[in-house]
Design a protein. Structure first.
Length: 356
């Protein structure tokens, strides 16, 4: 954090004109100690940088460009500026998520449009140097009645959506279209090779995921069924579906589509964003991470809560359609958001990440 910035620097992804959005690129936001936010400006113009990830040790940001079907590295310049670090690299159709290896060796990109899972090697400066495509997914529910692509109503297709770097060094990815979770091992010269996979219920639509550290439990938010699937590792290291329950205390509404899931810093609560009815659902984490119990649904404070960030007792929610980031204070005992503390106007925000 620069001494010229009053608070913590947050990078904001957005949809730009090529995706019918109102953003201009990657935005820079200052988050003050009292939880309020201020807009610093556009850090760098970029085409629909809808999801961002920050290098673990370098001032480098990675952004997917959904409509352009690329991924690019950006290097920090000055207090809150960014500049391209190398050229944009080809990704896949509707590249929608990027994550970074904790050791800074590679990034992984998931592509909603064609199901591609892509690994890109990084150099010592954080620049992209190579590209490897992982083996395509196969539908574990092929031929099952009701097996249609919920996004289009047609034939089911692979729709990779997110990746998570597991604590043991493996990588887990979700496939919304095939209701599938895949686990990978990384090899420097070949990229990702399959370890095993876990099928989730037909029509659930696994989207985003987090890992609870106590028992290595994985919480997966399902976009279509609006649930949280809980995966636990067995003695052989293979994950199994332990349970699947509602993501909300009050149940899903017609038109709901779950978006982001995040843990509180102390791992006692999980927060699920629900687009459509525009809620943030609070779930208590129990049994050292082996149980989730929905405790409250709170209006998100805007339209289409696509992503949210939990930090230092505050919840910041990026509302894609109402062009704002809403901030709540979190009750330290119950984890429940209180009244809206602040509203920051910004064009079509899609992701919020703390800068290095």
């Amino acid at each position: 954090m620069s001494e010229n910035i009053d608070g913590t620097l947050i990078w904001a992804g957005s949809y730009t004109a090529d995706s019918n959005g109102h953003g201009t690129g990657i935005g820079a936001i200052a988050a003050r100690e009292d939880g309020s936010l201020s807009w610093l400006g556009t850090a760098v113009e970029a085409p629909s940088p809808s999801f961002l990830a920050v290098h673990p040790t370098l001032p480098v940001v990675y952004a997917v460009a959904e409509a352009a079907q690329t991924v690019r590295a950006y290097r920090r310049t000055g207090p809150f500026g960014l500049e391209p670090l190398g050229d944009a690299w080809p990704a896949g159709a509707a590249a929608c998520h990027v994550s970074v290896d904790p050791d800074g060796r590679f990034i992984v990109v998931a592509c909603w449009g064609d199901g591609n899972v892509l690994l890109y090697g990084l150099d010592d400066d954080g620049g992209i140097t190579s590209r490897f495509a992982a083996p395509p997914a196969k539908d574990p529910h092929a031929g099952v009645d009701g097996g249609i692509d919920i996004a289009t109503g047609g034939i089911r297709v692979s729709r990779a959506h997110a990746s998570l770097m597991l604590d043991d060094g493996r990588i887990m990815t979700t496939d919304l279209g095939f209701d599938l979770v895949r686990v990978w091992n990384y090899f420097p010269d070949t990229g990702l090779l399959p370890d095993h996979q876990v099928a989730l219920p037909v029509g659930s639509g696994p989207r985003h995921l987090v890992q609870h550290p106590s028992v290595d439990a994985i919480f997966i938010l399902t976009e279509y069924s609006v649930e949280v699937a809980l995966l636990l590792p067995g003695a052989d290291g293979r994950f199994v579906l332990h349970s699947c329950g509602p993501a909300t205390a009050g149940g899903a509404s017609d038109g709901d589509a779950a978006a982001e899931i995040a843990l509180s810093p102390d791992n006692r609560f999980a927060y699920a964003g629900i687009r459509g009815s525009n809620r943030i659902s609070v779930l208590a984490v129990e049994g050292r991470g082996t149980r989730l119990r929905p405790v409250a649904d709170v209006p998100s404070g805007g339209d289409w809560p696509r992503h949210h960030l939990v930090r230092d007792g505050w919840l910041h929610v990026a509302h894609e359609r109402s062009n704002q980031v809403t901030t709540f204070a979190l009750d330290p005992a119950t984890g429940i958001p209180g009244e809206v503390l602040d509203q920051l106007v910004t064009g079509s925000p899609t992701a919020l990440v703390v800068a290095l």
